[in-house]
Design a protein. Structure first.
Length: 149
């Protein structure tokens, strides 16, 4: 089942999944952020974090077409997956990008249920400068995503 889920995830990343995250995420999904101490529970908050990450982590603008690189595994500064390991209900997808000239390397650890929905999404990032850069980008992006009062 994880193979199908990861295929769907890549389609989502390319903007080709009609149902988007709503189709991919289980209602009770748990998101583990490299920035936030506590696990984030539920589809709504997980969707918010994943959408913010898509905006905050595309990589430096001079890196070219991020979606194409993500799907092809090509290098460059834009977000792209470099490796994947699939086993049972779990996938580990290694990624790279750059933010403000800082190299970001990390993994998405994705676990699914028998219905083909993501029940756990865990992100780990290195090195420390990258964690700090991602924290700043995510904070700014989440603030922009908040409804105006």
């Amino acid at each position: 089942m994880i193979e199908h889920v990861i295929d769907q995830w890549h389609r989502y990343m390319k903007g080709e999944l009609p149902g988007g995250l709503d189709q991919l995420l289980d209602d009770d999904v748990v998101f583990y952020s490299p920035i936030v101490f506590t696990p984030q529970r539920g589809k709504a908050v997980t969707s918010l974090y994943l959408q913010a990450a898509a905006v905050a982590l595309p990589g430096d603008p001079d890196s070219g077409d991020t979606a194409a690189k993500a799907s092809s595994g090509e290098g460059g500064g834009g977000f792209h997956y470099t490796k994947k390991v699939l086993d049972g209900d779990t996938a580990v997808l290694e990624f790279e990008t750059t933010i403000d000239g800082k190299y970001v390397n990390g993994v998405d650890i994705i676990r699914c249920n028998d219905a083909g929905r993501i029940v756990e999404f865990r992100v780990m990032i290195r090195p420390l400068q990258a964690v700090n850069a991602v924290h700043q980008q995510m904070a700014a992006t989440l603030e922009k995503m908040q409804p105006s009062s």
